[in-house]
Design a protein around this ligand. Structure first.
Ligand code: CTP
Ligand code: MG
Length: 226
């Protein structure tokens, strides 16, 4: 089965508040996006990598991976889901799409393997996720606790998220056209009545979002290289 990795990298990193989009900040001597692309390009089961870039991107061409034969770029959109859809439009119809945030550079081959292997159990797709660890509270409008949410069945959604390419394209398009809230690929599939699988991923597969996350990601990358 053909597997295409889709990498939304068209965001501006407003919460990071750096002088450039966070995917171009450097960790251990190379940019976050370069780390992410290395993990995907070097995986033997990934045939192609499609990266969605901001229309005014000025940095991608200088990455060491920019001319890799497996790599294709497209112009992303105003929301993450628009960027994913733009990339999906360039993907072959048959096979699988593995969507992974540019901002998650600590992904391991082990987690990719685990998600790819889950296709046997989840023919309509699955996502990497982490069981919630803390006690969860629901707030009222005054910022007080209104209740404790049972965490038994609560998970954090991570990426990669893996779906049959044509199924994901169909439902993502429809969900966006209907104005559904689509913050990840699974939510578009859920909107269409599908129940994607949950595959327990590693805790170090963090999304670099706030400045604090940079140090943590560097630590995880160091540990993985040790
Ligand atoms: N992304 C994208 N296209 C967008 C918005 C986001 O491709 N229009 C990508 C980001 O580059 C990132 C991933 O989606 O790799 C996850 O998004 P997020 O962490 O929210 O990144 P940003 O949107 O860049 O950050 P912020 O929300 O803080 O502005
Ligand atoms: Mg964002």
């Amino acid at each position: 089965h053909h597997v295409v990795a889709i990498v939304p990298a068209a965001g501006i990193g407003s919460r990071m508040g750096a002088c450039k989009p966070k995917q171009y900040l450097t960790l251990l001597g190379q940019s976050i996006l370069a780390h992410t692309l290395d993990k995907l390009l070097s995986h033997p089961q990934i045939n192609q990598v499609i990266v969605a870039l901001h229309p005014e991107d000025t940095e991608f061409a200088a990455l060491p991976q920019a001319k890799h034969p497996k790599l294709v770029t497209v112009i992303g959109g105003s929301e993450r889901a628009d960027s994913v859809l733009a990339a999906l439009d360039k993907a072959p119809d048959n096979g699988w799409a593995l969507v992974h945030d540019a901002a998650r550079p600590c992904l391991t081959a082990q987690d990719i393997d685990k998600l790819l292997a889950s296709r046997v159990h989840f023919p309509q797709g699955a996502i990497l996720a982490m069981p919630v660890r803390d006690t969860m509270k629901r707030a009222n409008s005054l910022g007080e606790i209104s209740s404790t949410v049972c965490r038994d069945n609560l998970w954090h959604a991570l990426t990669p998220q893996l779906f049959p390419t044509s199924l994901l394209r169909l439902h993502l398009k429809a969900a966006l056209a209907a104005g559904a809230v689509v913050t990840d690929e699974a939510s578009a599939m859920e909107w269409a009545g599908i129940s994607p699988g949950l595959v327990a991923g590693r805790a170090d597969n963090i999304k670099v979002t706030h400045p604090d996350d940079l140090e943590l990601a560097e630590l995880f990358l160091l540990r993985a290289n040790a």
